[in-house]
Design a protein around this ligand. Structure first.
Ligand code: SF4
Ligand code: SF4
Length: 359
């Protein structure tokens, strides 16, 4: 699949998630720590889609029909042909038009990875996402990519086959897209709501806590070895773990919402009734060293996750900056974007999804 199909499969997610899906082809390697959590998720989602599509029998069959001499390049051409069918079938639909404008807005305002930096302005300027609806346009785009590869233009050499095989390729797409959409698009139906939180809020006076903490304990001890005050101090106070999450039991994915538990004070990012929270929020879960490893949805920025993975604390962490406000100023906390559960009707929860995580 190419840009358009990836956008369709990611459109229910946040802008960061969609952006990650759009630029993933320009990002190499497994280390995505330079990207925001949601963008890194989008990049991973794009890769899962590509792996799924590449292994589908329809796609394998189409590749086998390609001329032998150019067969190893057929995957690139097919990705663009799938976008052609999608663009053709969706043309004129309001949600399609809105999605394209959203993609162009994201790609115009955010820097693309180096590998795509030359291409993205052209994609927007020449309206490629709508242009794919025209098969001749798609074939010219296929040949254009071939010009950027070294050696003879093998992709241009595939274009006559794409014309000849058009009816069968169309059948392949009609078989492929519904199952792909069902399997890997961001889900709109979820089976269960779960809330998670952690026992990391400060319960001792700050000075008393500091007096008992060992020098740079987070670099010298494992989570299991921390004292209660050290454990509490490791929380950066971002409040991200108090965001609602929807668990799709079918796909085992977890959708993270920008909706905070009703007990979270969004301004301070602290629980407003920490001692009694289990009475009103039974799903609230106390974090332990074992659960840090199990809760793969904890944000990359989380102090517990960092220490558990042997990573350093970020410079804005209160333990290093001595400034509890910096987590908010840096935009790590939920203060700037969360809304309270009390303000969102349950049936609207799914429209507040900002990221999808594997469980
Ligand atoms: S995500 Fe981690 S650092 Fe942030 S509030 Fe939760 S436990 Fe604390
Ligand atoms: S009850 Fe408190 S600690 Fe638990 S999820 Fe809600 S705000 Fe967070």
């Amino acid at each position: 699949m190419n840009f358009l199909a990836h956008a369709w499969l990611a459109r229910a997610g946040s802008d960061d998630f969609l952006y990650g899906n759009l630029i993933a082809d320009g990002v190499k390697g497994r280390d995505l720590s330079g990207w925001s959590d949601a963008t890194a998720l989008g990049i991973r989602h794009h890769r899962r889609v590509d792996a799924w599509v590449d292994s589908h029998p329809c796609v394998a069959g189409a590749r086998r029909r390609a001329p032998t001499a150019q067969r190893r390049y057929a995957g690139i051409a097919l990705d663009m042909v799938w976008d052609h069918f999608l663009a053709r079938d969706m043309a004129g639909r309001q949600d399609h038009e809105q999605l394209i404008e959203r993609c162009y807005q994201l790609l115009s305002t955010r820097p693309a990875p180096n590998r795509l930096a030359g291409m993205m302005p052209l994609l927007v300027k020449h309206d490629w996402l709508r242009g794919y609806a025209d098969f001749e346009f798609t074939c010219r785009a296929v040949a254009g990519i071939g010009r950027r590869l070294s050696g003879p233009n093998q992709l241009a050499a595939l274009v006559p086959w794409l014309h000849d095989d058009y009816p069968r390729l169309e059948q392949d797409f009609q078989s492929l897209w519904p199952v792909l959409f069902e399997a890997l698009s961001l889900k709109h139906s979820v089976a269960k709501t779960q809330l998670y939180s952690v026992c990391c809020r400060v319960t001792m006076k700050e000075e008393a806590m500091k007096a008992t903490m060992r020098e740079r304990f987070w670099e010298r001890f494992t989570l299991e070895e921390l004292t209660p005050p050290e454990w509490e101090a490791l929380c950066d106070g971002c409040g991200q773990c108090c965001l609602l999450k929807l668990h799709d039991e079918e796909t085992q994915e977890l959708a993270v919402l920008n909706v905070a538990c009703r007990l979270l004070d969004i301004q301070s990012c602290q629980c407003s009734d920490y001692p009694n929270r289990f009475d009103s929020v039974p799903d609230c879960t106390q974090l332990t060293p074992a659960l840090v490893k199990e809760f793969t949805w904890l944000p990359q920025s989380c102090g517990y996750r960092r220490v558990s993975e042997g990573r350093k604390l970020a410079g804005w962490h209160p333990l290093l900056s001595n400034d509890a406000e910096r987590v908010h100023r840096k935009g790590i906390s939920v203060r700037s974007f969360a809304v309270s559960q009390d303000d969102v009707p349950e049936k609207q929860l799914e429209s507040h999804i900002i990221a999808i995580l594997p469980m």
